[in-house]
Write a protein that binds this ligand. Structure first.
Ligand SMILES: [Zn+2]
Length: 411
């Protein structure tokens, strides 16, 4: 089991107990939407659903070499109770409270541990894995974006969301990371993006050494200041000693260079961007197709009034099939905007390299590294969250726009 992770199902405190284990997990509308994929429609647990979604929807889009859907294995109740007891002490308190292991489940998902190089022996040389949550890498240009939301055409969603997160106390500093740099396909801009992620990792960037977290936050949240990050960088520089043949203080720079080279070569982000771009209409267009799919009067058009909602009538006259296709593309793109990429690298030993192996050259030290990149967290986004997504989007843009206006007035 070395190099494998077992993903067990969790139950949230608020989960309804009334659901029978043979009931489908998807809502009626989601079943309508994904009706052509039987494995999704008939899924009776979250983990069967997650597995089928990765296998049948995301993997074909993102290329099989970058996605491991995992394998379902049967587990006993006693085993899951053992897991629950073991993990209780290791989880941060707020997570223990939010969810616990579902001991009534009869299976779990066995997946590769992407923080370890699969066939490597960690005794020989350390293995570094970097987890990047890239977020949306393009600017929308849909004609359905409201005039007052023009900011969307020239500012990334990531940047705008940062401002709201500061207001809500979720983060203390805004990040200089720009997703468009990471997805740019240019070595220089990719490197810029990586340097920014090193400075403010937030929940977008983590580094593991032989499977253990050495940089970035646990539980998806990094609340530290820039000086905390600097301290962590110092520790990381030391940890890289056996791996990168450069002097103290130089190894982090080499790490930037190597990561940029790997991301440039692997092509994984090019693929991811294509999937993200399946969202052609932006949420401001898609939300109208959503009301078509659930066959309810459109709340957005109602709020806009007769005159302003005119341009959306073309969306409301689409067929159900057309509306469903728009919805599915949007939800798949939403998964692609929220997933993470695991990049794992490992030094090539003397005389070890085969011509077919994937490797990247670190020019600064003339070292060669094997690498592997895999997407994780490819969960399905449920239809019922659409209106929430719409409201959040409006909140993010209007707050950012108000801040820009305020700044312009002060200057
Ligand atoms: Zn509408």
């Amino acid at each position: 089991m070395v190099g494998k992770v077992l993903r067990v199902q969790k139950t949230s405190k608020g989960d309804a107990q009334s659901k029978s284990i043979n009931d489908p997990i998807l809502s009626t509308h989601d079943r309508l939407l994904w009706g052509d994929i039987e494995e999704l429609v008939t899924a009776t647990s979250k983990e069967i659903l997650a597995h089928s979604y990765v296998q049948h929807v995301m993997r074909p889009l993102l290329a099989s070499e970058h996605v491991d859907a995992g394998k379902r294995v049967l587990v006993s109740r006693e085993f899951l109770e053992g897991v629950a007891t073991q993990t209780l002490s290791q989880r941060p308190a707020w997570r223990v409270d939010a969810a616990k292991v579902d001991t009534l489940s009869d299976s779990a998902l066995l997946i590769s541990d992407h923080s370890l190089f699969q066939h490597g022996d960690i005794k020989q040389a350390p293995c570094i894995a970097v987890e990047i949550k890239p977020k949306c890498g393009f600017l929308p240009c849909s004609r359905f974006i409201g005039k007052e939301n023009f900011m969307k055409n020239n500012t990334t969603r990531f940047k705008m969301h940062q401002a709201l997160k500061v207001l809500q106390g979720e983060i203390s500093n805004t990040s200089k990371y720009d997703p468009c740099d990471l997805f740019s396909g240019s070595r220089g801009r990719i490197r810029q993006a990586i340097e920014a992620l090193f400075l403010t990792p937030q929940n977008n960037f983590r580094i593991f050494l032989n499977g253990t977290l050495v940089f970035g936050g646990l539980g998806g949240y990094f609340g530290g200041s820039e000086s905390d990050a600097q301290e962590a960088l110092g520790r990381l520089d030391n940890a890289l000693m056996g791996l990168i043949h450069a002097g103290p203080g130089q190894r982090i720079n080499c790490c930037h260079e190597l990561l940029a080279e790997i991301l440039f070569k692997s092509g994984a982000l090019v693929r991811l961007l294509e999937v993200q771009k399946l969202d052609k209409l932006d949420i401001e267009g898609v939300i109208h197709a959503y009301f078509n799919v659930i066959s309810q009067p459109c709340r957005v058009c109602k709020d806009l009034g007769e005159e302003l909602s005119q341009i959306y009538q073309v969306l409301h006259s689409l067929s159900l099939k057309e509306s469903m296709d728009i919805m599915k593309n949007y939800l798949v793109a939403a998964t692609a905007k929220d997933c993470s990429l695991m990049v794992c690298f490992w030094p090539v030993g003397v005389g070890e390299l085969e011509t077919h192996d994937r490797y990247a050259l670190l020019h600064s030290t003339s070292q060669k590294f094997y690498y592997k990149s895999s997407f994780i967290d490819l969960d399905m986004k449920p239809l019922e969250k659409m209106y929430y997504y719409y409201e959040l989007d409006q909140k993010i843009v209007s707050y950012y726009t108000s801040q820009i206006v305020k700044e312009a007035c002060c200057n």
